[in-house]
Every structure is written in C-alpha cells, then in structure tokens.
Design a protein around this ligand. Structure first.
Ligand code: GLU
Length: 500
C-alpha cells in the first residue's frame, strides 16, 4: 500500500481510470446450442476488428441460460472455431478476467440482485399466467389482427392474491413494466431508431424456473462487463428497446449499438441449412482456409476504402469502421468464397500447405508416418494451382501415390485410341534408353519426343498425361513428370499399353 501511494499519483490514477472506462470493450455472446454459424462468426469478426482498430478489448461471453439446449460440446466447438478464424479474446470462459464469470449460467446472483431491485421499486411484477393462457391470448390477438403482446393481467394483482398463489406452490415469472415511454436511439449502422412503447408488451425478465431471460441477463452483463459497443445481428434490433428500458430502470447508461444486416441465401431468405453448409466447422472440413473465410465474411457487406477484394486481416483492421457496413443485406456467394480460397491456397508456402493437406491425406487412407515431407512439399507446390478446396487433394492422389493410382474413364478413352497407343509406344522406347528425367532435362526430352513421334502439343501431351497421371486434367506436366521419375513413368506407360 505504501509503495502504491508513493509511486502512483492521483493524476496517474485518474488517467488510467478514464482510459479504462473510455476504452473500447466489445463482446461476442453466442448461445451454445449448436455449431458456430458463419453469420455469427461474421458478428464475432466485426467485434474483433472493431476492438483491434481501437486497441480495445474483445470479450467472449457464453449465453447458456437455456439449460435444455446448451451443450458443452457446442461451447468447445465455438472456442475452437473462433481460434481457427484467428479471433482471440482477452476475457472469456476459459480465462479469468476482472468481470467474470463469463458464462451466464454462473452469474445467477448478479441477475437476482437486480431483478429484486426492480421488483422492490415497482418496475417489475410477478406474473402467474400459465403458458396455456399466454398462448390463448396470443392466438386471440392474432385472430383480431393485433400484434401479440402481454395484456398486463398480473400487473394489478393484490398482495393477498400474490401470497395466496405463492402459498399454493405457484412459481411466478417476473415481468418488466414497460410503461409509456417511447425509445429512441442512434444505431451506428441504421441511424435513428424509434420504438413506440405501445408496441412493447410487458416482458419477462426472470423465468419461473429462476433463470434470467436473455434481455435482462444481457443488460446486466453488458453493464458489469463495461461493454461500450454492442455489435450484433439485425435480428436483435427489436430486443434493443427492451434492453434500453432496463438500462433506464436501473439508472445505467446504455452502450452504443450497431446492428448489422444478416447474410441471405441466393433466394433472399436468411442463410440456412437448405442453402448448403452454414457452420464454420463444415467449411473447415471442406478445406477452406481461415484467411479466405475471414476475408470473405468481412467483405460481405463492408467495402474497404480502397475497394480491394483481397486483404490480409491486418490491413482490414486498419481500414475497418462500423459506419461503412452496408445497411442492405448481403447475399452469400459460394463461388466468390471459393475464388478467394484458391487465391489463398496459391499464396501458401509449400511446406505450410503440405502440413495443411496431411489431415486430408490421412482421411484418404495414407499414413502420416509414411509421407516423405520433402516430396509432399513438392507435390503441394504442384497442386497449388489446381486446388479450390484442400479436400480436393484426394482427387489427385493417384498421380503421386502408386497405391492410389488408376486410369479414370476419360483417360482410358484417350489411351485406347489407336493413334495415341502408337505415340505411347514410341515414348516408352525413348524413355527406356534415356537418363533420369529432371526438370532441367525436360525441354530437351520434349523436343526428342516431338521429333520421334512426329507429334506436337496436345496430340503428344494428352496421351502422355493420361498414361502417367491416369487423368486428362491436372497439374503442369513439365513439373509432374520429373517428380514422378522415369521408373514410375515407364511402369505406367506399360500399364496403359496393356489396357484391354
Ligand atoms: N445470445 C445472443 C445470440 O446468440 C446474443 C445476442 C447479443 O449479442 O446480444 O444471438
């Protein structure tokens, strides 16, 4: 204490306090009820970029108040997928921080304190309405063309009635009393938003099982975690007035809000399973690179000032601003994502690419221990141009691994052509007496083959490719042939000539 008093002046203390309270703090708050959807990953990315841009703090908060749908496996997936995307959090469920715990299921005492306060102050009331009554009310309102909302029946219960129902064992929920105040706020993306109080029915803040409802837990957590900016999907826009009313009732300042549009499928409905893969882990398994997915998701609805389409994350961070996020919903375009992925694959170092390909090779039955790393790096270098997805490496394994080699149907058609067979026989003769094929020797070997066969270009290379790779398309022959080596090529030429 003495040292503290000696070394830190009050001004320094105030400086740090102001800095801490003013610095940007954002959070990503997923409900762990399944795999991480790419739409949610995009929300996480926007938060991450905003925090990085302003040297702020990114927090991961797990919203697991729905005990029935929450799974531990889902929490693990979310953490793993965020890490894979390169998103790091300073505070979260797996690391302690000054505002934890970071799982809502462990924060019940915070919520209880403030629901009790609202109850005491008459800003919330006990509601004993059964689900059946609420459902009947909803149906009735809808049938009359009205917006369904709670009719306030329990708002005027007397103390005696409440006591009686509680002594009968009925467990009430707590409802927030909305009152007549309208809510107006400035959304960073959408501008001024206005909500009439008449459209907001009194809503539940504490369920009858004692769990805080989303809107309430979210406010208490955002307040105590010192969140300065709430960046989330537009689907939460209608929750925001409710949350602002809770802030007001508790006498707290709300954070700034930015609601970004959701990703739509090509048919303009929200991106869902029927449009194809929606989970980050599915894209990872297919062989998308995290940098491609990140680049794609960020540029979906946000255009950097330079208009560039391929940007490393550091560059995106420098240019990122919430105001530049488009108000209109972006449409998912898998072709564009694939284009970016092939670009990032081409840019990978051979060694690194081979590391990334190993899991796919293992999946195809090859053993990690049997793989020669040098050769694998060369193969990766060769395949770079041909891979749109890492998993596609499987299609090319036959070229490089004898146990996977076979002639596909298109290759067979080429190989059974009598003119091509003649060409192959001549090639075989030339190779049997020539030295090992190296990349340096390839041009002269090619000239020799042209001369001996009397063929050039496709008429020479198509049968050679089909015989040596078993395919009609694939990586550059000039690089593939030296990598395969003379002995293997001779063996394959003989196999091709033996085809029935
Ligand atoms: N748990 C909410 C969700 O997953 C978070 C919403 C928010 O960011 O406030 O949609």
């Amino acid at each position: 204490m003495g040292i503290f008093a000696l070394t830190i002046s009050p001004w320094t203390f105030i400086f740090f306090w102001v800095k801490m309270t003013l610095s940007v703090r954002v959070r990503f708050a997923p409900a762990p009820t399944g795999l991480l959807h790419i739409g949610n990953a995009r929300t996480a990315l926007f938060n991450h970029l905003f925090a990085e841009r302003h040297s702020g703090t990114f927090i991961l908060r797990i919203e697991d108040t729905d005990a029935e749908r929450t799974t531990e496996a889902s929490i693990d997936h979310i953490l793993e997928d965020l890490q894979w995307l390169g998103i790091r959090w300073k505070e979260g469920p797996d690391r302690d921080g000054p505002h934890g715990p970071y799982r809502q299921s462990q924060r019940a005492s915070f919520y209880r304190e403030y629901t009790e306060r609202l109850l005491k102050e008459g800003k919330a009331y006990k509601c004993f309405c059964s689900n059946e009554r609420l459902e009947a009310l909803r149906k009735e309102q809808l049938s009359k063309g009205k917006m369904p909302r709670y009719d306030g029946r329990c708002r005027s219960l007397s103390k005696e009635e409440i006591n009686r129902m509680e002594s009968e064992g009925q467990r009430p929920a707590l409802r927030f009393h909305v009152g007549r105040e309208n809510v107006v706020f400035e959304d960073i993306i959408h501008g001024r938003m206005r909500f009439e109080s008449t459209g907001i029915g009194d809503f539940i803040i504490l369920r009858s099982d004692g769990m805080a409802a989303y809107n309430f837990a979210c406010v208490v957590d955002d307040h105590f975690m010192n969140i300065t900016h709430v960046i989330r999907g537009e689907d939460h826009l209608s929750n925001t007035p409710r949350q602002i009313l809770i802030y007001r009732a508790l006498g707290w300042d709300p954070p700034a809000f930015a609601h970004h549009p959701l990703i739509l499928g090509p048919d303009r409905s929200p991106l869902s399973k029927r449009h194809g893969a929606t989970a980050v882990s599915q894209y990872r398994e297919e062989g998308f690179l995290p940098e491609a997915l990140v680049n794609y998701l960020v540029l979906l609805g946000w255009t950097p000032p330079s208009g560039e389409e391929i940007l490393p994350l550091e560059k995106i961070v420098n240019d990122f601003s919430l105001n530049a996020i488009s108000k209109s919903a972006p449409i998912f375009n898998r072709k564009k994502l694939e284009w970016l992925n092939s670009h990032f694959i081409r840019r990978k170092e051979e060694d690194r690419l081979s590391e990334l390909l190993i899991p796919y090779l293992e999946k195809a039955g090859l053993k990690r221990g049997d793989l020669d790393r040098n050769r694998l790096a060369k193969i990766s270098g060769l395949l770079k141009e041909n891979l749109v997805l890492l998993s596609q490496v499987e299609d090319f394994l036959g070229i490089f691994f004898d146990e996977k080699f076979f002639f596909d149907d298109e290759a067979k058609t080429v190989l059974l052509d009598p003119e091509n067979r003649k060409t192959l026989r001549i090639i075989l003769n030339v190779l049997e007496t020539s030295p090992e094929i190296t990349a340096d020797r390839w041009p002269s070997l090619l000239s020799e083959l042209e001369e001996k066969t009397g063929k050039k270009g496709k008429t020479l290379l198509a049968p050679l490719r089909a015989a040596t790779t078993g395919k009609t398309k694939g990586p550059e022959l000039a690089k593939t042939v030296p990598l395969l080596g003379k002995e293997r090529i001779i063996k394959r030429l003989k196999m091709a000539l033996e085809l029935p």
